[in-house]
Design a protein around this ligand. Structure first.
Ligand code: HEM
Length: 511
């Protein structure tokens, strides 16, 4: 009996493959598609798509395959499915911004539905539902609303400074907690517990589970959604059991903080938050408010930028020195910097921009999808094609950023020392689906870097013989690229800084 099912499934897969291949090749025969590197019949480019840092290979392929810009390439995955990688800022702007309504959809990924993650704004199709979610985010997190959250960011960065002083080796954990505490306070008015916070744990586990979608089996299910109907007992179908576990976590991640806000509002103890103001505005309409429910995922992206910031400082004592000179001149030594000091600290801002450019948090952003057949620079882009923005290629293009692999904050300064106009927007995506948490993320990163530079000296850690432990620039290969664990030394920069830190620490009791 199982043998018959196997034959049936394989037969259906074969049929799907053939139909999909025919549809794509017939459609594309009329007009040229972007070049498809290393394409083989039926299996497309599958064998040559690298497992590691694919964004670097795509940038190379696009230079090899296109003699002139716009440097688009198509990837033909197995079963004839196409996706297109955009490798230049010019093409990305023309498509994502110039034709924004055509490129604002997201590809439908069967694994997102299976794991319960399809509730998230980032995965919602371009629709009225998405517009409603996006509006809620925008009202609370746009550039003008961002200052409302500054008090929370200042309060939490002080606590981070205390934690780094008392337990410098745990810096990555403290930074993760700083990101989560800012996000949850702003989103839900919820102050996380010092250790083992349940909301944070659930959200982190749900985020980890999303990696299920990136395993070979997950990719196969996204390519051939019919696979989701495989029976649970089928060899290789254990992804269905994991997906069910993920649904439970995601549901709790959505509902628990929201229920907390409602409860604390009823008890009169709620802190003002995005969720509480939306509840007041919308009078808690049936089904709840989607927008604030997926604020949490932004925390992981911010942590990646924080850790890159620490790595950059470890490797560049000269950058620390120059930033400190700027801080001492503009702020003095008796207090931590605040957001009011920002206009006087262009070099610190340039460091933050360089962090986002140097090690791109989302090297290939989130895929968009086209809602119409389109023709661009003489190339055909079929309706429904996933379009991937190669942000890494754009932010490492030597024409815009000479010596792109080096960490050089100066590239964001004009000769007279003021900031230039490049705000590294590409790191946050382009067009209608760009990052809605961008202003909050920039502010959280800026105040952390400014405070860290004002108080601590960051250098390589030493082993028991007093030798410096080398630091590698090693990153995860996941959707959000994050530094792999590394060691460093974080010490008050001098006696004066230590006194300031102790004064700040005495105002915060918990660690
Ligand atoms: C350094 C930190 C961050 C980086 C680099 C980043 C980057 C991005 C990128 C590249 C996208 C996809 C854009 C596109 O599809 O064109 C995105 C989407 C998104 N981000 Fe962020 N993000 C960060 C922090 C945050 C934070 C703190 C929040 C929430 C408070 C947030 C909320 C979102 C949401 C909701 C979307 C989906 C937008 C949509 O599909 O309409 N992000 N982000």
């Amino acid at each position: 009996m199982p043998a018959v099912d196997v034959v049936n499934v394989l037969f259906c897969l074969g049929l799907l493959t053939a139909v999909s291949y025919l549809v794509n090749t017939t459609r594309s025969r009329k007009l040229p598609l972007p070049p498809i590197p290393n394409r083989l019949p039926i299996i497309g480019s599958v064998l040559s798509i690298p497992k590691h840092t694919a964004w670097k290979t795509y940038a190379e392929w696009s230079r090899r395959e296109n003699s002139t810009p716009p440097f688009l390439i198509a990837l033909a995955s197995s079963f004839g499915k196409l996706s297109i990688v955009v490798n230049t800022k010019k093409a990305a702007k023309e498509l994502y911004e110039g034709r924004s309504s055509v490129y604002a959809d997201r590809p439908h990924l069967a694994m997102n539905t299976l794991t319960g993650w399809d509730f998230a704004t980032a995965f919602t199709p371009y629709s009225d539902e998405w517009r409603a979610q996006r509006k809620i985010f925008h009202q609370s997190l746009n550039a003008r609303a961002a200052p409302v959250h500054q008090q929370v960011q200042l309060e939490k960065v002080e606590f981070l400074i205390k934690c780094l002083y008392e337990d410098p080796l745990g810096f990555a954990r403290h930074m993760r907690r700083y990101a989560a505490s800012v996000t949850l306070l702003i989103a839900y008015g919820y102050d996380i517990k010092p250790n083992d916070d349940h909301f944070v744990e659930v959200a982190e586990n749900a985020m980890k589970m999303i990696s299920t979608t990136l395993t070979p089996v997950g990719i196969a299910v996204n390519t051939i959604p019919a696979l989701r109907h495989l029976p649970d007992w089928f060899p290789g179908a254990s992804f269905k059991t994991r997906a069910k576990e993920c649904v439970a976590l995601v549901t709790e991640m959505q509902n628990a903080p929201f229920a907390y806000v409602k409860r604390s509002m009823a008890e009169g103890t709620a802190r003002p938050s995005v969720a509480s103001s939306q509840i007041e505005l919308n009078d808690a309409r049936a089904g709840g408010i989607q927008g604030e429910k997926d604020i949490k995922p932004g925390a992981d992206t911010t942590v990646s930028a924080f850790l890159t910031g620490v790595l950059a400082l470890v490797l560049h004592p000269d950058v620390q020195q120059r930033a400190r000179a700027e801080l001492d001149h503009a702020v003095g030594r008796g207090r931590l910097p605040t957001f009011e000091d920002r206009p006087l600290l262009p070099y610190v801002t340039a460091i933050c921009r360089e962090i986002l450019r140097w090690q791109v948090v989302f090297p290939m952003s989130f895929a968009h999808s086209s809602t119409e057949d389109d023709l661009y620079a003489g190339m055909f882009i079929p309706k429904g094609t996933p379009i991937i923005l190669n942000a890494w290629a754009m932010l490492h293009n030597p024409e815009d950023y000479p010596d792109p692999e080096s960490f050089k904050p100066d590239r964001f300064l004009t000769p007279d020392g003021t900031l230039n106009k490049d705000e590294v927007q590409v790191a946050f995506g382009l067009g209608r689906r760009n990052c809605v948490g961008m202003h909050m993320a920039n502010a959280t990163l800026w105040i952390m870097m400014a405070s860290l530079l004002a108080t601590f000296d960051i250098s390589k850690a030493k082993d028991e013989h007093g030798n410096e432990i080398p630091v590698d620039l090693a990153y995860t290969d996941t959707l959000v690229s994050t530094p792999l664990p590394f060691r460093c030394s974080i010490r008050p920069r001098d006696r004066e800084a230590e006194e300031l830190i102790q004064q700040i620490a005495s105002g915060h009791t918990q660690i």
